[in-house]
Design a protein around this ligand. Structure first.
Ligand code: G4P
Length: 539
């Protein structure tokens, strides 16, 4: 292996690339904001909030500002304590789970935020499952301790039972709600006292190393000190040492308690990422494992976003650098197109700002302005025929016709649909014998976003009458006659995607099962990866 220089190696090793996952409202935006505050990427808390029409640093799009939800993931880079962090935001809403899958292919670890009053919620479970499939190391943050919450033992127990994720408590809360006193740091053996309303970095924290300290006792109350001592005994009873190896395999999660809105416990998270979370890790490609410290640059496009800046109608491809170093102006090899191309406009994202970069390293996420050459899943190298694995695409379950209120805007509609489909926001289908366009999405909110963006970004006012299908699959048979018979018998159920792959639409799971049983020679696939494997296996 041709290794990078010692300077580049140092740069790569001081990078931490992670995503935050949580159920909506658990506090992801608030934590993001505080992390950026510590990273000096913003200077005042309160600018990230999407809620109530505030300006949103991490939520780009107009619809997010209006609805107060995070529908597409964004990327932010910041420095802290001689480390470079790439923080990827993920949409909490289930209709955007595909975007989340893609983001999680680009990170090396994740922060799981849990509302301590609510515990594990549906979306936490789903997002966690994606992390588990990828064996991502997870740090857990129990948030909102300043509110009356559930018993911390019960919370830990829930994570261990429901997610089957053993926990290692790094900090332990003393009280909650109006009686929240602070947290005890089990690693450093210190008690940090809680103070509400910390909005900037200029805050002092009272720290006590001796639980017998009379001043601590006066501030917290003897009964709480006694309770802490008995909790600690119980914790030590459960005690196993923190096992870094198990954490790195995604089998053990360090857990922290705090209150993001009060800036309490967030800095400890950053320290934990530095101490425990992995630097860029090797990445599987179809032919081999690619080490981040290999000298030739390689990268994976995991996300496309059109119109990030409405003033400049642009299309940006997000690239995770998988190995080596990127230098602005470099000529790279586009494996899918088998063509070289020069990148001289690569961007770095600092919350809302983006700026041109000179250099970036394995682990970094950079943006490339692009008119349509780059697609999700593309690999860029310095000439090697390499294909990074793991960007999934799933079959949609909501299908609608696309109709225009004002037919003059047909060109704008086509362009908009095409670009939004390239972003992965939706999938576009057509029928064999007519020009009808069909849109497929994984949930109604996604459809709303497409409608809104078509109107706002492309001036096309579209409506989407539903077609009544709820399940879809790509299908294939090695027997060509069977394929032809199937096609002529079910022609009204069949649509074609942008690659001209045939897809069968079903009105219900029951109908799917019935048709599957009637046609044992036809195989059905809800994952594009599996379908393509079968297809190419028959070539
Ligand atoms: P999300 O991105 O995960 O959806 O959650 P977000 O950070 O937007 O937080 C959801 C709500 O929870 C917000 O209140 C936020 O202020 C609040 N919150 C976050 N962390 C804490 C915490 O540590 N303690 C308490 N008590 N609340 C917390 P909101 O009323 O929806 O919005 P806002 O107007 O207060 O900003």
């Amino acid at each position: 292996m041709n290794k990078v220089s010692p300077e580049t190696e140092r740069e790569i090793r001081r990078r931490k690339t992670f995503a935050i996952i949580s159920h909506p409202d658990a506090g992801k935006t608030t934590i993001t904001e505080k992390l950026l505050l510590f990273g000096n990427a913003i200077h005042m808390a309160g600018v990230v909030k999407a809620k109530r029409g505030h300006f949103a640093t991490s939520d780009w799009m107009e619809i997010e500002k209006q609805r107060g939800i995070s529908v597409a993931s964004s990327v932010m880079q910041f420095s802290y304590a001689d480390h470079e962090f790439n923080l990827l935001d993920t949409p909490g809403h289930q209709d955007f789970s595909e975007d989340t899958y893609r983001v999680l292919t680009a990170v090396d670890s994740a922060l799981m935020v849990i509302d301590s009053a609510k515990g594990i919620e549906t979306q936490t479970k789903k997002l966690f499952q994606v992390c588990r499939d990828r064996h991502l190391p997870i740090i857990t943050f129990m948030n909102k301790l300043d509110r009356e919450g559930r018993d911390p033992f019960e919370l830990i127990d829930e994570v261990e039972k429901v997610l089957q994720l053993p926990c290692f408590t790094m900090t332990w809360p003393v009280g909650s709600g109006g009686r929240f006193k602070g947290v005890y740091d089990l690693m450093e053996k210190k008690m940090r006292l809680f103070a509400a309303g910390q909005k900037t970095l200029k805050f002092t924290q009272e720290v006590f190393t001796d639980l017998e300290d009379p001043i601590l006792c006066e501030k917290v109350g003897q009964e709480w000190i006694d309770k802490l001592k008995s909790d600690l005994e119980l914790l030590q009873g459960a005690g196993h040492d923190f096992d870094q190896e198990r954490f790195l395999k995604g089998e053990l999660s360090p857990v922290f308690f705090g209150s993001a809105v009060n800036n309490f416990g967030v800095q400890e998270l950053l320290e934990a990422f530095i101490r425990y979370a992995p630097s860029p890790r090797p990445r599987p490609a179809a032919s081999r494992l690619v080490d981040p410290e290999e000298a030739p640059f390689t990268g994976l496009i995991f996300k496309i976003q059109a119109n990030m800046d409405p003033r400049h109608r642009d299309r940006c491809a997000f690239l995770r650098i998988c190995s080596g170093e990127f230098i602005q102006g470099m000529t790279v090899y586009h494996v899918r197109h088998a063509r070289d191309f020069k990148i001289n406009n690569a961007l770095q994202f600092m919350s809302q700002e983006r700026k041109n970069i000179d250099r970036a390293y394995a682990g970094d996420i950079i943006g490339i302005h692009d008119r349509g050459t780059l697609m999700i899943g593309d690999t860029l190298t310095m000439g090697e025929e390499l294909k990074f694995a793991g960007i999934p695409q799933f079959s949609p379950d909501l299908f609608c016709r696309v109709e225009l209120k004002n037919p003059i805007k047909i060109k704008q509609l086509r362009k908009g649909l095409e670009q939004l489909a390239e972003e992965g926001t939706s999938q576009i289908f057509h029928r064999m014998h007519n020009s009808e366009t069909i849109i497929g999405v994984v949930g109604p909110l996604q459809l709303e976003v497409v409608k809104f963006r078509l109107l706002n970004e492309y001036g096309a006012d579209a409506v989407f009458p539903p077609m009544g299908y709820t399940v879809s699959c790509w299908y294939h048979s090695k027997n060509k006659n069977k394929m032809d018979d199937f096609k002529s018998y079910y022609h009204s159920h069949i649509v074609y995607d942008v690659r001209e792959y045939p897809m069968m639409l079903f009105k219900s799971d029951w109908e799917k099962q019935y048709i599957e049983e009637k046609n044992p020679e036809i195989k059905f696939y809800s994952s594009l990866l599996n379908y393509e494997e079968e297809l190419h296996g028959t070539d």
